[in-house]
Design a protein around this ligand. Structure first.
Ligand code: GTB
Length: 216
């Protein structure tokens, strides 16, 4: 059964692959699962029909027969559990890969999102510079710890897994901030993820949506 995911009709990231459908597309490409995409406008995302799929009125969603899922991490776990290629067969290694998925979205991503909130919503506040600096220091702390754990390895725990997929996607949110470049092994880690053919296919597919919506 071919699943359908939702994505922005016109992504505010202008096709840079930062919206969360990108991580789901990448997972589907890694496992070789074809998929359909339903594009939704900001208005449609807040209507009852979409909220029935995603209670918070967001993308992405995932529909497969009578199963509907939201939350990109849960969607990727579902895909990874049903196809070979994103989780190890060994039960303990599999549990560790899932732990890295959670680490990406619950330990690394929150301060990175806080930085985006500060830059986009709090820039005019008197305390903006102080806030930005404190959030960036928290990010540096996490990046230092992650870099120490990664060491010279290509991936976080053996072969590439859904944990790496989510971690690379979360770290990519720092593109343009200069923070990732302070940790060369993490910058190289992200580049390794982005060089995977499945990443390229997913990236090109989401970019094509933006290009089609913004001709010329
Ligand atoms: N925890 C949920 C998940 O992982 O699925 C979060 C989903 C989410 O934040 N979706 C965002 C959304 O639908 C799009 S990805 N936002 C609309 C809304 O809440 O009204 C977040 C995102 C959006 C834009 C950029 N950008 O422009 O760079 C980056 C990331």
């Amino acid at each position: 059964m071919i699943p359908t995911i939702t994505a922005f009709e016109r992504s505010p990231d202008r096709g840079r692959g930062q919206a969360r459908d990108m991580r789901v597309r990448w997972a589907l490409e890694e496992v070789g699962q074809p998929y359909d995409v339903r594009l939704v406008s900001f208005r449609e995302m807040k209507e009852p029909a979409h909220r029935a799929l995603q209670p918070f009125g967001q993308i992405p969603t995932y529909e497969e027969g009578d199963l509907t899922l939201f939350e990109s991490g849960a969607i990727i776990l579902h895909i990874a559990e049903r196809h070979a290629g994103l989780l190890p067969d060994d039960a303990k290694a599999r549990a560790r890969a899932i732990a890295w998925m959670f680490a990406a979205v619950s330990t690394l991503e929150p301060p990175i999102v806080d930085r985006e909130i500060a830059r986009y919503l709090e820039r005019d506040e008197s305390w903006y510079e102080q806030r930005l600096s404190s959030v960036e220091d928290r990010i540096r702390g996490r990046l230092g710890e992650l870099s120490a754990r990664l060491g010279d390895a290509d991936w976080l725990d053996g072969a590439f897994s859904a944990g790496d997929l989510l971690m690379v996607m979360v770290l990519r949110r720092l593109n343009g901030s200069g923070l990732l470049e302070e940790y060369p092994s993490l910058a190289a880690y992200v580049s390794r993820g982005e060089a995977r053919p499945a990443f390229r296919r997913a990236f090109d597919a989401q970019l094509a949506v933006f290009t089609a919506a913004s001709p010329g």
